[in-house]
Design a protein around this ligand. Structure first.
Ligand code: AVI
Length: 318
């Protein structure tokens, strides 16, 4: 890539970010996309959330991977291309890689190039004989996998309940697109957060250490940092609650006062109590998710739960 081209790319990403932010804030129900949470500070705060006792999702999934790594590896079989969407630090994957012998390759896919190269570097140290084919891409859009000469079995790994951050139509499209990338006999290993007592859900998105609140507010800080904007962070409150009809956690930022915020060229008026809807995090029953996946071309093969039955890891066959 030439220097000019990379500068252009950065400029166009910044322009898209600005356009999306302003469009969302000018809607009658103000909203910002949760994908904008993850700048460096947002990624750091998310990591802190995953370490809190309240946010059970990460530790529960790790427990499943630790206890059932062998069974999971058995599903992959020999000579499998193990493809991870949103691989991040690759920390979870180690539990599977430790048990899986004779993998054809591991294909981590992540939108963040620095994160990806760091994790590949670490994995190469721990698994010197494993073929790693990293891909820097946004897996929520159509992507083509690196070419492979053989016809190895492919298994897509999508952990972390990230599927829950898709809106229902987006989730369905994602599953159909994933199914189209796979062939009969290939697999999908996916983590979902289960419907449960709303008090547990409430605590997970309102952790006592305040990391979730800081994570939510960081989206405004990011807009201030990256655009010419003047959000007064102290005048917005984190508000997260479980909505049982849609089976989702909703995260909002509520303006505590009537105010006007300048965001680039746009003046955005807020009434006292008005919200910016920043995220939905959908929860599923194993049955409902199985029905959805079946509609998109997948047959359920195996379900693993953590001891508290808070989250599920599901294996589907294409
Ligand atoms: C990344 N994703 C699965 C998280 C979730 O639980 O929906 C994001 C998050 N939002 C608030 N806390 C964590």
């Amino acid at each position: 890539m030439t220097k000019e081209a990379s500068v252009e790319n950065i400029q166009s990403a910044a322009a898209t970010f600005q356009e999306e932010v302003i469009t969302g804030l000018q809607e009658r129900k103000k909203r910002l996309s949760p994908k904008h949470f993850y700048d460096a500070q947002g990624a750091y705060l998310f990591d802190q959330i995953t370490e809190t006792d309240d946010y059970y999702l990460t530790s529960a999934e790790l427990e499943i991977l630790q206890h059932h790594g062998g069974d999971i590896a058995e599903k992959l079989g020999e000579h499998c291309r193990f493809i991870e969407f949103g691989s991040g630090s690759g920390m979870k994957t180690k539990y599977v890689l430790d048990e899986a012998y004779n993998l054809h390759s591991y294909v981590p896919i992540d939108i963040s190039a620095p994160y990806l190269s760091q994790s590949i570097k670490e994995l190469k140290q721990d698994y010197p004989t494993l073929t790693i084919e990293g891909m820097c891409a946004d897996f929520t859009t159509p992507i083509s996998l690196p070419e492979s000469a053989g016809h190895e079995k492919k298994v897509v790994f999508f952990p972390g309940s990230s599927f829950g951050n898709f809106e229902p139509m987006e989730g369905e499209l994602f599953l159909k697109r994933t199914a189209a990338m796979l062939e009969k006999g290939d697999g999908l290993l996916i983590g979902i957060d289960l419907v449960k007592n709303p008090d547990i859900l409430h605590a997970a998105y309102n952790d006592t250490q305040g990391y979730t609140a800081a994570f939510n507010k960081n989206i405004l800080e990011r807009i201030n940092r990256e655009m010419d904007a003047d959000f007064d962070l102290a005048s917005f409150e984190h508000y997260a609650f479980y909505q049982p009809i849609e089976k989702r956690i909703e995260m909002h930022l509520i303006s505590q006062v009537e105010q006007t915020v300048q965001v680039g060229p746009a003046s955005i008026p807020f009434k006292e109590g008005e919200s910016i809807h920043t995220e939905n995090s959908y929860k599923f029953t194993v049955h409902d998710f199985t029905v959805l996946a079946a509609k998109c071309g997948f047959t359920r093969d195996k379900v693993w739960l953590d001891t508290n039955q808070h989250v599920a890891l599901l294996y589907f066959e294409r």
